[in-house]
Design a protein around this ligand. Structure first.
Ligand code: CP
Length: 312
């Protein structure tokens, strides 16, 4: 399995954010900048298969839109758990070997942690991990999160990020924490209930890489000095116990008053969808950038496709 990208030309499968270097991130983001508002034919003749075994709005549609804007074509499978031959007992490995005959690149979301890595082992065409399991990774979300942070703040280093809410069963903050460890003078505050704390593997990685972090249950104090507030959703699909879900839901809500307490220039981001954890009245706040973040996602995904497929 080739993971890459230690250099841009090495990128093949995109499974986890640990694959990236500071240099390869810079190259990707420069390309994303250049692709803003563009339509081109650079991927004409290439076919993207979007293979979604779990629900998605943004990731699937933005990858498909990105491919079309680069002149490529798309075949798509949504609701794969029910609609695909997995429901007849086909293994993931067999499905991937088959789709290799139809497409030049596969974007896959799957409920099992490690599924993207399993797919990459048997796939000759690149696999892009669009989310694997509740405690896996969502690397392209983290790439667009990081792009958003750097573009909105205008710098790469010296950033205090406060992650809020569901840090345990949420793959995007996990992926972003790995990326942040590549920069200088990064500080992280993890704000959550004891039940939804960030997992030990991520915290061990931060320690190994000298990234200071603290953990607290106090959102108001935790975000006061933050440059970035990364709000998350309490994911009902991963917290099966209804009593536990109801206990967690509503614990960390960003109201307009909370947003107004943030320091000047600080931003609120969220992978979306939101289900009440950022109130609608916050949308008009100068701190709210989560809908601009969606637009950045499109150009970052264009850059990912062009980097992987544009190199042959
Ligand atoms: N942020 C994100 O992954 O959204 P979707 O689940 O809609 O793809």
């Amino acid at each position: 399995m080739r993971h890459g990208p230690s250099q841009k030309s090495d990128m093949h499968h995109l499974v986890e954010t640990q694959q990236f270097t500071r240099e390869s991130l810079k190259e990707l983001f420069v390309l994303a900048d250049a692709l803003e508002g563009k339509r081109e034919e650079s991927l004409k003749g290439k076919i993207l298969a979007s293979l979604f075994y779990e629900p998605s709005t943004r990731t699937r549609l933005s990858f498909e839109s990105a491919m079309l804007r680069l002149g490529g074509e798309v075949i798509t499978m949504e609701n794969g758990r029910e609609s695909s031959s997995q429901s007849k007992g086909e293994t993931l490995e067999d499905s991937i070997k088959v789709i290799n005959r139809y497409a030049d690149i596969i974007v896959m979301r799957h409920a099992e942690v490690g599924s993207a890595a399993r797919a990459a082992v048997v796939s000759d065409v690149p696999i892009i991990n669009a989310g694997d399991g509740n405690m896996g990774q969502h690397p392209t979300q983290a790439l667009l999160d990081l792009y958003t942070i750097q573009r909105e703040l205008g710098r790469e280093d010296d950033i205090h990020v406060a992650f809020v809410g569901n840090l345990k069963y949420y793959r995007s903050p996990r992926s972003l924490a790995y990326l942040l460890s590549k920069y200088k003078n990064i500080r992280i505050t993890f704000i959550s209930s004891p039940e939804l704390r960030m997992a030990d593997d991520v915290k061990a990685h931060l320690k190994e890489n000298g990234v200071p972090f603290t953990e607290t249950e106090d959102m108001v104090a935790g975000i006061r000095d933050a440059d970035v507030v990364y709000q998350t959703r309490i994911a009902k699909e991963w917290i099966k116990n209804d009593v536990e879900y109801e206990k967690q839901r509503g614990r960390y809500i960003i109201t307009r008053a909370v947003a107004d307490s943030m320091k000047e220039g600080a931003i609120i981001i969220h992978p979306l969808p939101r289900v009440g954890e950022i109130e609608a009245e916050v949308d008009a706040s100068p701190h709210a950038v989560y809908f601009r973040q969606v637009g950045y996602g499109l150009i970052v995904r264009m850059a990912i496709l062009k980097t992987i497929l544009g190199n042959g």
